[in-house]
Write a protein that binds this ligand. Structure first.
Ligand code: C5P
Length: 405
């Protein structure tokens, strides 16, 4: 239920700011507490007095106000909310959020918050369509920011197109959905999951390493989906350039041996998903100093040693084995046949088999197509058609929920 929840509302500049007064009224009708920050731009369109009257709370405007800081520091302001709502979100504040600027109270609170953030953008159609704004939106969404609107129609500037602030009723509905979703018992609440993701780097010497092209996109999306479903997730990730999933404990590792140790450290768990592309081999003797090309024409003879198989190790770990162990099988031919053999060999419960032949673009790409193999009977295989890695993560999460229910 949403009564008694707390929202930090950030009102940035834009003609649509007046509509936010209606949002405040409807949220107050639901007994949702609102503290508001009004930016300098926002002040041009609504008065602090009207916002204070409707929120029944003080309105915060100045980062350097000693009185405000003494009463409620900007960090606390950003942390005591269940949701931070930016409405209207101007092109300017979106750009500042996307680049992590903190020049005023609103942007400082947005950078300092560890709470979910929802934006309701409103601006001129050309500003909305501009590649810079679209890139900022993509960045913010990759950080987990939730977006409501904008909608299309007549704009205050006289032009027509996308950029209208979502209607107050739509913003309120999104806020209520979010707050109610937060309070509802989540299907994987109480379950612990460990997920591996990304490549591993196996050092040759202090500056060189053996690696592969895994992006970590699939493993990270699975960690996020499990966390969204209420699981307590530890993500053990090799070196990747992705942002950390929201609400997940992330342990960063480099090598396969470190990854195994981190996974074992995260046990006991109910669910293990090994999505990392672990290097099969490491150098047998890592050089302490950079290997030198001395002009003699002698090429170093790299000796390799086998890395531990994390999936097989935890699948066969006796008492500490998670109840559901899931691995991946990246194959280039006879995908399900090879994957079924791998499931038996490693001792895991399910294998997600995918085709990584070069023409599929799966490795490092955004799309994936998967067969779920949960036993010896090929008739029971499930096929998840080509879709985003987030979609595959959602399908796996739904299947895990079904398994436990
Ligand atoms: O043997 P193969 O590398 O094809 O197996 C793939 C599956 O095994 C994936 O789930 C991967 O995360 C896991 N794996 C592992 N440790 C290794 C090699 C693979 O956990 N050393």
């Amino acid at each position: 239920m949403s009564a008694g929840k707390n929202i930090l509302l950030i009102i940035s500049g834009g003609i649509a700011a007046y509509k936010v007064l209606e949002v405040i009224r409807r949220l107050r009708d639901r007994e949702i507490n609102i503290r508001a920050i009004l930016t300098k731009g926002g002040e041009q369109f609504v008065t602090p007095l009207s916002v204070a009257a409707l929120t029944e709370n003080k309105v915060y405007q100045d980062l350097f106000s000693l009185t405000d800081e003494a009463e409620m520091g900007h960090i606390r302001l950003s942390r005591e909310a269940d949701l931070v709502l930016v409405a209207p979100a101007s092109a300017d504040i979106l750009a500042k959020m996307a680049t992590g600027q903190a020049g005023d109270l609103a942007t400082t609170a947005l950078l300092a918050t560890n709470k979910p953030v929802m934006i309701a953008p409103a601006m001129n159609v050309e500003m909305w369509n501009h590649p810079a704004t679209q890139a900022n939106i993509a960045t913010l969404e990759s950080h987990g920011v939730i977006r409501v609107g904008p909608s299309a129609g007549d704009l205050a500037c006289g032009e027509t197109g996308s950029g209208r602030l979502a209607e107050p009723a739509e913003i309120v509905a999104s806020v209520l959905d979010f707050l109610e979703g937060q309070s509802a018992t989540k299907p994987l609440a109480g379950k612990k999951a460990v997920v591996t993701s990304g490549p591993t780097h196996e050092p040759i010497d202090p500056v060189r390493y053996i690696a592969n092209r895994s992006s970590g996109k699939q493993g990270h999306a699975i960690a996020q989906a499990l966390a969204n479903a209420g699981a307590d997730v530890t993500l053990v990730s090799g070196p990747v350039t992705l942002p950390d999933p929201v609400g997940v404990t992330v342990v960063r590792v480099e090598t396969a041996r470190d990854m195994l140790a981190a996974v074992q450290n995260a046990l006991p768990a109910d669910i293990a998903v090994c999505a990392a592309a672990v290097a099969d081999w490491r150098t047998a003797d890592e050089a302490g100093q950079k290997l030198k090309k001395d002009g003699s024409g002698i090429i170093p003879d790299l000796k390799l040693a086998e890395n531990p198989d994390i999936l097989a190790t935890i699948s066969q770990s006796g008492a500490s084995r998670p109840g559901l162990v899931i691995g991946f099988a990246a194959e280039t031919e006879k995908v399900t046949e090879h994957a079924r053999a791998k499931r038996a060999r490693k001792g895991c419960d399910w294998i997600l088999a995918n085709d990584v032949a070069p023409d599929t673009g799966t490795f490092g790409g955004d799309l994936n197509e998967v067969f779920l193999i949960s036993g010896d009977d090929a008739g029971a295989d499930e096929h998840w058609s080509r879709q985003s890695k987030t979609g595959i993560a959602g399908a796996l999460c739904a299947r895990i929920i079904k398994h436990f229910s």
